[in-house]
Design a protein around this ligand. Sequence first.
Ligand code: GLU
Length: 373
Amino acid sequence: MPSTHLRQNQLLKARHIVVKLGTQLLTDDTGKLDQTYIQHMADQVAQLHSQGFWVTLVSSGAIGAGLAELKLSKRPKDVAQLQAVAAVGQRKLMTCFHDAFEKHSLEVGQLLLTRSDLDDRVRYLNFRNCIAATHRFGCIPIINENDSVAVDEIRFGDNDMLGALACNALRADVLVILSVVEGLLDDQGQRIDLVENAKSGMKYAREDKTALGTGGISTKLEAAQLVTDAGEVAVIANGRIANVLVELFAGRQGVGTVFVPAKKKLNSRSRFIGQTSRPSGKITIDDGAAKALTHKGKSLLATGITQVKGHFEHGQVIEVLSTDGVSLARGLSNYSDAELKLIQGKRSNQFLKILGREAYAEVIHRDNMVVFK
Ligand code: GLU
């Protein structure tokens, strides 16, 4: 697909966009939040907002801001101290955004999320509804990880993935990841304009993590892949380019790297099952069952199951693996792990005797399953 086409059609036609801002962009050389930059970003968001866009921001910078507020030269190793740094910094970050948007008479709303908030169907839907209501009030929602309680999020999480999961949950049209690089760079260091398949871009991934943020180019590519797999557009661009957001959504050529979306958009249910909710358990199936799933579009029956791992209840998302450990599908299990261990390898006409009750013939019904290509 030519880049001109994608930029002029999909970016120009976008209505709801998610913009992820990296720590390096938001802080100056001394590590303090850069109010001039935040103002420039708010000016652009305000302009898009006045054009009818819903702009949801995913902002890093809490830990960086907290370090500056507390005059610490480096991130503390102690988890509780790091959480405290985030708590102080998040307040400062929101003050900066508040002051910047106030100039446009716009209110901001703060949403702090942990990974598990998006695993849970009810909280996932609450999140979606809250963002939509915030936009309907004419306010700008600003999301960050809830670093003050989410220990593993601080250590392993990054806001690129949070941005992608938020974009998917909100069914936004575009995820824009802004950082201090021009986009995805090839081996000669030149910006790649258009990437047909985010996975293929991995060959250009180099370790370029910054001191303050947690993501590198690989996490940005993973985020781009998640969004494009769901059928939406992803862009990686340099947030320091003047008016970068306004230019991008005016369809300007030559800004950032644009990632081509999959032809088919995934519906909300498939996004939740296949991409957002982390599986609570894993089951391995034999080759016959694998073929029934991947080639024949069938539901998963207990007869083909050879192994059950993890703890899960009826209704939770589980992952289905082939005998050689390849992830074939994810779906909502009709059984807990304990029940599955009793019926694995068995036919459904034996379930009554084994479980002492009538039960579903399928372990995962086709309608509740996402099969990977
Ligand atoms: N949530 C972290 C913060 O606000 C940033 C994580 C990231 O940079 O990806 O400091």
